[in-house]
Design a protein around this ligand. Structure first.
Ligand code: HMH
Length: 222
């Protein structure tokens, strides 16, 4: 069985929890509180900057030209395309995009980004590739599921369209192919670290939505 089939199976319960999460249920219905979504957008802008750095480190560690291209293109997309989506929404919320870029990360955002950065710096390309996959795959999965429900006039339609888009699905498939090729070349211990990284990042995805839904911030500040 392909590595990605194994880990997708291993994450079945977690995936069900992601789909059932009130953030995604209410986003699908268009009833999600705008303030929770604004919190999410600002944190996601910070997240995507960190994610782009991780992808760029992946490009540097990649075994060959195809993977260098896939990772550096994904780094560019993380910044350029998603910044446009964010700018549109931030505008609707009356939030200055520059203010959003200087916002501070919540514990959930910081933990997720730093977990991936630590892997990018200290572990192999294969483990890094497994760590960045849930970001693609869960969003593609959630985006297409929500798009299929199609609540008319949904305020969050632009967000839904981004992740239900066939180009995003194609990028997700490319990443899965890269991860499977890396897993095929990996020894047992590296493969174990790949699985652990994938599952932890999938947990971080759930946590990121949950943190936004409850508009969580640091419980104590200096
Ligand atoms: C937290 C998070 N995970 C995944 C994606 C998909 O790019 C995103 N925008 N934000």
């Amino acid at each position: 069985m392909a590595f990605t089939d194994d880990v997708w199976q291993a994450a079945a319960g977690l995936r069900a929890a992601v789909h059932a999460h009130p953030f995604n249920q209410e986003l699908a219905a268009g009833s999600l509180s705008r303030s929770a979504f604004a919190h999410y957008m600002i944190q996601d802008g910070l997240y995507l900057q960190g994610y782009a750095r991780v992808l760029a480190l992946g490009a540097a560690k990649a075994p060959a030209a195809d993977e260098i291209l896939a990772f550096s293109k994904a780094a560019e997309v993380a910044i350029v395309v998603e910044r446009a989506l964010h700018a549109g929404y931030l505008d609707q919320f009356g939030i200055d995009p520059r203010a959003a870029e200087t916002a501070t990360p919540t514990p959930a955002c910081e933990a997720y980004v730093n977990f991936m950065l630590a892997i990018a710096v200290t572990d192999s390309f294969a483990v890094l590739a497994a760590a960045v996959l849930p970001c693609f795959w869960l969003y593609q999965d959630v985006g297409t599921a929500i798009a299929a429900k199609g609540a008319p006039g949904n305020f969050y339609q632009a967000w839904i369209d981004t992740y239900a888009d066939e180009n995003f699905a194609a990028a997700t498939e490319r990443m899965k192919g890269i991860v499977n090729a890396a897993a095929a070349d990996a020894g047992p211990s590296e493969r174990e670290r790949m699985t652990a990284a994938f599952l932890r990042c999938a947990q971080h995805e759930w946590l990121f939505w949950d943190s936004a839904y409850h508009e969580r911030d640091w419980p104590i500040k200096p």
